[in-house]
Design a protein around this ligand. Structure first.
Ligand code: B12
Ligand code: SF4
Ligand code: SF4
Length: 396
């Protein structure tokens, strides 16, 4: 390795960190050891209706098929968790509130991360004359997690996320495919989960079916964000008040005791100061019409799912609530019946039935009715959404 190369990679890491990336690693294009697992995941249909996962064949596992000149990959991570936001634990345990995935409390990360990567390439271009590149974040057939693992940014947890032992997993990944042939960083070879299986056990819908393998079709993140259709009825009660994404497999992960607070103002809940998304009730979100949805969520990743899907998700969460007064919940639900489309109506009808069923069960299990009729209470048990009792986040 020449001195110029050593200096260049030191500079790349230094520039990356000055631009706000928490870490920068370099790897080559050989992802062959991940290919069989990836193709098996597709073969088993774990991708559900995410056709874009299937469409590109081996482009994900063979970077040359996407960008023929690629010699090295620069992998970066950017922390997104706002440790000053309202406690996720309290929001999940209050079924009148909406739980929105932590990555979506602030502004959309795609543009921000891409701009940062662009700024990094500008710096490199000043030093290297024939520098070609392509920047990615969650936007193309790129196997981001295996790349990050190979570049030394963390290990793959049993929840399938990349975890850094000193920083947990609350970060986004991004990459630069480049024509530069750079020395690689040592990969993470030690899988850090040990005997822990918290994420597998505490996933509300049992979507984690093995070490590092997630069946997206059961994952609340997929169901609320990626999936456009009718959410399987057996999964609806398990979704609780999670209306956009899900964080449980990160919240229960002990490595997240070491989470680093985001430095990005754009990712903080404060970015939506007028409608903070970390402390908002289901019924107040339900009242938004489509214009308000679009306006209030300008710049948010949530906008991508569209108003109908947003209302579909909210209907399920309202249907799952056992503490919103029955009368208020039913009144609210009825205001949007026959307004949007059949799919939304079907979820609203389900929510109405669910509320009635749960309230009937509550009545039957009240001490008075138990005195009168001990046997019926057992026939109407309430299906309670699963919420873990122990979460790991750093003390603020
Ligand atoms: C499709 C997708 C989803 C799908 C499917 C998730 C999944 N587990 O595959 C859904 C919609 C469910 C989803 C959800 C989420 N996602 Co997502 N998603 C993606 C996307 C676009 C592709 C992932 C992919 O290729 N999956 C297919 C599987 C087979 O590949 P893989 O998980 O990378 O698997 C490899 C390794 O795990 C390894 N492997 C497999 N088994 C094992 C076992 C062991 C022990 C080991 C060591 C390795 C190993 O081999 C596999 C490859 O062959 C990436 C962006 C990208 N382009 O990569 C973001 C990405 C993975 N998602 C991300 C995030 C943040 C999330 C959510 C947290 C969002 C949320 N809060 O709702 C959840 C987390 C759910 C979860 N536990 O995975 C981040 C992850 C950052 C990180 N720290 O790891 C990414 C990288 C986006 C980004 N640019 O930051 N996501
Ligand atoms: S995001 Fe939620 S539903 Fe998906 S695997 Fe993690 S805990 Fe399970
Ligand atoms: S919760 Fe436990 S098993 Fe799951 S990723 Fe974290 S350390 Fe690994």
């Amino acid at each position: 390795m020449t001195e110029t190369t050593i200096e260049l990679i030191q500079n790349i890491k230094h520039w990356g960190k000055s631009l706000g990336f928490a870490d920068v690693g370099i790897t080559n294009t050989d992802l062959s050891s991940y290919e069989a697992e990836y193709l098996d995941w597709i073969k088993r249909n774990y991708h559900g209706e995410m056709e874009y996962m299937k469409r590109h064949g081996t482009k994900r596992t063979r970077p040359h098929e996407l960008e023929p000149n690629t010699q090295s990959i620069i992998s970066v991570r950017l922390n997104y968790l706002d440790l000053n936001a309202e406690s996720p634990f309290e929001q999940l345990h209050n079924d009148q509130q909406a739980y929105i995935s932590r990555y979506a409390l602030g502004k959309d990360y795609h543009k921000l991360l891409r701009k940062r990567l662009q700024a990094l390439t500008n710096q490199i271009s000043k030093e290297v004359s024939d520098f070609q590149y392509r920047a990615f974040t969650d936007s193309a057939p790129v196997l981001e997690r295996p790349i990050a693992e190979k570049a030394g940014l963390g290990f793959t947890g049993k929840n399938s996320l990349i975890i850094h032992p000193k920083a947990g997993s609350w970060f986004f990944l991004g990459e630069l495919y480049t024509n530069l042939s750079l020395p690689t960083d040592p990969p993470f070879t030690k899988q850090g989960c040990g005997p822990c299986t918290a994420c597998i056990q505490e996933c509300p819908t049992n979507a984690i079916i093995g070490n590092g393998v997630v069946d997206a079709r059961r994952c609340i993140s997929y169901l609320t964000i990626e999936f456009k259709g009718s959410i399987p009825q057996e999964l609806r009660p398990l979704m609780g008040n999670r209306i956009y994404g899900c964080d449980d497999c990160q919240l229960v992960c002990p490595w997240n005791k070491f989470t680093q607070n985001t430095q990005e103002q754009a990712f903080k809940a404060q970015a939506y100061a007028k409608n903070r998304l970390d402390n908002v009730s289901l019924l107040s979100l339900w009242q938004w019409d489509e214009n308000q949805f679009l306006k209030k969520l300008e710049g948010s990743p949530i906008r991508r799912i569209g108003y109908h899907q947003w209302i579909r998700n909210l209907a399920i969460a309202i249907g799952n609530s056992q503490t919103i007064p029955l009368h208020s919940a039913l009144e609210a639900l009825k205001t949007k019946l026959h307004c949007l489309n059949n799919l939304v109506d079907e979820h609203i009808f389900w929510a109405i039935q669910q509320l009635k069923k749960n309230h009937l069960s509550q009545e039957l299990s009240s001490p008075d009715s138990q005195k009168n009729n001990k046997t019926t209470t057992n026939q109407h048990s309430i299906q309670t959404p699963f919420i873990a009792s122990k979460y790991y986040l750093p003390k603020n």
